[in-house]
Design a protein. Structure first.
Length: 150
């Protein structure tokens, strides 16, 4: 996008194809770290083009719908983890903390994109709610950092 814009070779078809592909990938992505990268790419591409006002409404609507799907998927994953027994959580604490941290990055990148559209977008509350569904394992780790295992 950046090279095309700087060289005046960026066409509407290129922009449409890029955003269509990004939205399609966002909609179907299961890996939270890659999902975060997709949202960052979408946001960066939007900035290169001059902001949300340059994005056709269909793409804004489609990425919002894809975000709703991803938020539901992340909420479902977090609810399943929260339903695990304390012993299971304790056994997998480090792995679960990493998974939640990666999901939090994806949620943060979703929020950045939505805030570009509208700083009071209703899905920003949903993102906060999904974040709150986490087990809070990273907070536990900071309490346990008394030198154990280091």
């Amino acid at each position: 996008m950046s090279c095309g814009k700087e060289s005046n070779t960026l066409t509407n078809q290129m922009v449409s194809a890029t955003f269509s592909q990004l939205i399609s990938c966002i909609l179907s992505e299961n890996d939270s770290s890659f999902l975060s990268s997709l949202y960052k790419c979408f946001t960066d591409s939007l900035r290169i083009l001059g902001g949300p006002s340059t994005l056709p409404a269909q793409f804004q609507n489609n990425v919002i719908e894809a975000t709703k799907v991803q938020l539901q998927a992340l909420a479902d994953k977090r609810k399943v983890r929260a339903g695990r027994s304390r012993a299971e959580i304790e056994d997998d604490k480090e792995d679960l903390a990493l998974i939640e941290e990666i999901e939090d990055f994806a949620l943060e990148d979703m929020a950045k994109l939505l805030a570009m559209f509208d700083s009071h977008h209703s899905l920003l509350i949903a993102i906060s709610s999904v974040r709150d569904l986490g087990l809070g394992l990273n907070a536990w780790d900071s309490e346990d950092d008394g030198g154990e295992g280091q």
